[in-house]
Design a protein around this ligand. Structure first.
Ligand SMILES: Cc1cc2nc3c(=O)[nH]c(=O)nc-3n(C[C@H](O)[C@H](O)[C@H](O)COP(=O)(O)O)c2cc1C
Ligand code: SF4
Length: 380
């Protein structure tokens, strides 16, 4: 396997194995439409050479919105704008995936029209400190339908695939987590029950988009939060989704409330700190490929996408040799330097200049995503 070889995820052909991990852009109006700024942003990203762009999380319902300036995919009127975003990526030679999300409790009532957030159980959200109401079975059915409708919109807008946001403490990961899911019905309690919501979402999404269309998931291997998801929960989910025919698993971890072990860890300043979810990715790979029914699973290979602190070509090349990870996803390095993939391809092997300071998060509320350090540098 080589980094700059062509490959395919299901029906989606990719020019290399570098992925832009989903990154919120903070560039949409409250109504969720794609803006010219967003189109320009994605055009720039695609021209930098990355193979696959996963769009910032797009809310599948108004009640599932998690922040100001978030892109929406909750209504057919949004399809026209989403098409422009897709075209910008395709014109730059990249494929593009819509990341579909529902925030559950990880939001505030301000972002969801003054309503109370809804979640698997009435447990205070560890990151946002909201107290949600418990979802009824009718709510669950409705949200599953909203994921499917959003996936159909993504396909109609020309996206090459969809990715379910099952990571970082949003609704899907709330159902998996024993901390936030205290239900006593068929969606709570045992791990078999806690994975049910995500597998039902996957099945409905699959029905909506058809058997050929790639459906991926980004999921937490571990929440790194007391009482939250551990490998005991995530491995059965990965195995079930692989058996159901998911087309790729992006391995992430942590929540906003996980302190230094949150999804976007700071100070990745030496090779030993890079690729901080690699061990978790190995566990997921083993669970999918090395357990019983191995031949069947190998026949329908589910690619593993690694994210989290990837900063150097050298580290990627070391990991490739292990044959566990199929794709390498980055978020912050591509905010800082969209041209990093082209640089690496043309022999400029320097490490990412992102210093992992996380100052870019605050730019989401300040006119749109950018690298604060780069801006400072350009201003001096
Ligand atoms: C500004 C910002 C916004 C992010 N938005 C999303 C998002 O919309 N969906 C998502 O799954 N992860 C999101 N993430 C997390 C990244 O995709 C990624 O998992 C994490 O930053 C670790 O990768 P990195 O070290 O390459 O940045 C975001 C990260 C940053 C810095
Ligand atoms: S502000 Fe710039 S340097 Fe800091 S984490 Fe974000 S992209 Fe990296």
């Amino acid at each position: 396997m080589a980094l700059f070889e062509e490959s395919a995820i299901g029906s989606m052909n990719l020019r290399n194995r570098l992925v832009r991990s989903a990154t919120a852009e903070g560039m949409a109006p409250d109504t969720g439409e794609v803006t010219d700024d967003l189109v320009g942003f994605y055009s720039r990203l695609a021209r930098g050479g990355v193979g696959l762009i996963i769009g910032g999380h797009a809310h599948i319902a108004q009640e599932g919105r998690s922040s100001r300036n978030q892109v929406g995919i909750h209504h057919d009127r949004l399809i026209l704008g989403l098409r422009k975003l897709v075209r910008a990526c395709h014109n730059g030679g990249a494929k593009v995936v819509a990341q579909l999300t529902h925030a559950g409790s990880q939001t505030t009532s301000e972002f969801i029209g003054g309503n109370d957030p809804a979640a698997p159980s009435a447990v205070e959200d560890p990151t946002c400190h909201t107290m949600p109401r418990e979802m009824t079975e009718e709510d669950i059915e409705a949200v599953i339908g909203q994921f499917a409708a959003a996936a159909r919109r993504a396909r109609d807008a020309g996206f090459d695939a969809v990715q379910l946001h099952g990571a970082h403490g949003y609704l899907l990961s709330q159902f998996l987590s024993p901390h936030s899911n205290r239900r006593t019905d068929s969606y709570g309690g045992t791990v078999e029950n806690r994975i049910r919501f995500t597998t039902e979402v996957f099945r409905k999404v699959r029905q909506a988009v058809g058997p050929e269309y790639p459906v991926l998931i980004k999921m937490n291997a571990q929440d790194y939060f007391p009482g939250g998801t551990t490998l005991e929960d995530s491995l059965p989910l990965a195995r079930a989704l692989s058996d159901l025919g998911i087309n790729g698993i992006e391995v992430s971890g942590g929540l906003g409330a996980s302190g230094s072990l949150n999804p976007s860890r700071v100070r990745i300043n030496h090779p030993g700190k890079e690729a901080y979810f690699l061990e978790d990715a190995r566990e997921i790979w083993k669970a999918i490929f090395l357990e019983d029914a191995r031949e069947i699973r190998n026949a329908v290979k589910c690619p593993i996408i690694l994210v989290g602190g990837i900063r150097s070509l050298d580290r990627i090349l070391e990991i490739i040799d292990e044959d566990v990870v199929d794709y390498f996803a980055m978020s912050r390095p591509l905010i800082r330097e969209p041209d990093l993939p082209n640089n690496w391809k043309t022999g400029i092997r320097s490490n990412s200049s992102c210093i992992s300071c996380n100052q870019c998060f605050k730019t989401l509320n300040e006119g749109g995503l950018h690298c604060v350090q780069k801006k400072k540098m350009l201003e001096t």
